[in-house]
Structures are given as structure tokens and as C-alpha cells.
Design a protein around this ligand. Sequence first.
Ligand code: FE
Length: 214
Amino acid sequence: MSEAAIAPSIAPSIAAAPAIAPLRDFVTAFARLLDEHPDEARVITQGGALLRRLVSRDDWLPEAFAQPDPTRYQQFLLHADSAERFSVVSFVWGPSQATPIHDHTVWGLIGMLRGAEESQGYVQRDGRWVPDGPALRLQPGDVEPVSPTVGDVHRVRNLYDDRVSISIHVYGANIGAVRRHTYLESGGGKPFVSGYSNTLLPNLWDRSAELRGA
Ligand code: FE
């Protein structure tokens, strides 16, 4: 992405529109899929295919939503459906940053955009949370589902200790405003509401450049 495409002060309406188009196409296609009232399995397969296409290229995420923070991983809201049927988030992981063990309570799709991360599923056994099989390693272009049906509790970490990793997540709710839980391996749980790291959203809807160019 060129400097001009990411600097709003230079020419926002012209520079931003073409770069963000893959994200706009994704949210439009995802809303269309949900309009058909698919069951969760279809959301995971067909929505997963849409997300795989989105993360198969790494030229559309504005720099403002790709910024790590030295203290903790960032969760930038990129789009929320107007009926809050789904939300799209960029997770930006600084070197070695990790989540606690946590749940989602709704379906989710994790698409790896840049770098690599590890997702370790957990199951409850005798009151403790124990690893559920081997950890998954996600590379750019990979998509992994989570949900109360297919496995909802995991822990995620940046596989790199020397660079930023970024994944794009889609959830079946406005995920920053969902009551969820973090867990200790010893079994204790704590409620949390994640919120978001940003207050402003990317502008998906400026089509002026394509109209002027036509
Ligand atoms: Fe998660």
C-alpha cells in the first residue's frame, strides 16, 4: 500500500476507496449470506470461503487498523452489521502477545492475514481447562472456526517474537459488546466484555473514485 493510500490528510476520498474495496465486497457478500438465514454449518463453510478470499491478499487493511500496542493485543472494529448480526475485527498482535483462555459464545471465523498465530483449543475436564489436542498453526490465508458447537474455548498467541501478526475475525454478533468469559487452567472463570481499541471506523463506502473514473 502506498503512503498516499493510508494518509487521510492527503486525499481521503480518492486514495482510500480502491484499497478498501475487498473489505467492502466481503461485508456485502457476508450480509447477503446471512440474509438467506443459513444454519451455522453453512455460515462456517460459505462464510469461511468468503473470509479465505479476503485474507488471500494483504493490500487492503488501512494502516490505522494494523497498529500494534506494546502493552496488549489490539482489537479494531472494521465493520458492524446494522442489525448486529455480525462484526468484522482486525486483531493486531505485537511480538509474543497472547490472549488468556477465553470463550466467544457465538460463531466466529479467524482468518490469518499477516504473520502467523497459534490457536490452542481447551476442554473442561474434572473442573480444569486442559488442551484439546494439538494447537493449530495459522498461516496467511488460513481460516479457523470457533463456536459453542465446534469448540468455543481457546487461547491464541502470536507465533513470532520479533514481528507483528494480524488476523481478521468475523463473529455472529457485535463481538465487542458480548458478555464472555476468560478462564484459568485451574478452572476459575471471569466475565469480560472486550470492547474495541478504536473509536473511528474505516470508510468502506466512498465510491467517488470509481464513479469519477467511469
Ligand atoms: Fe478467540
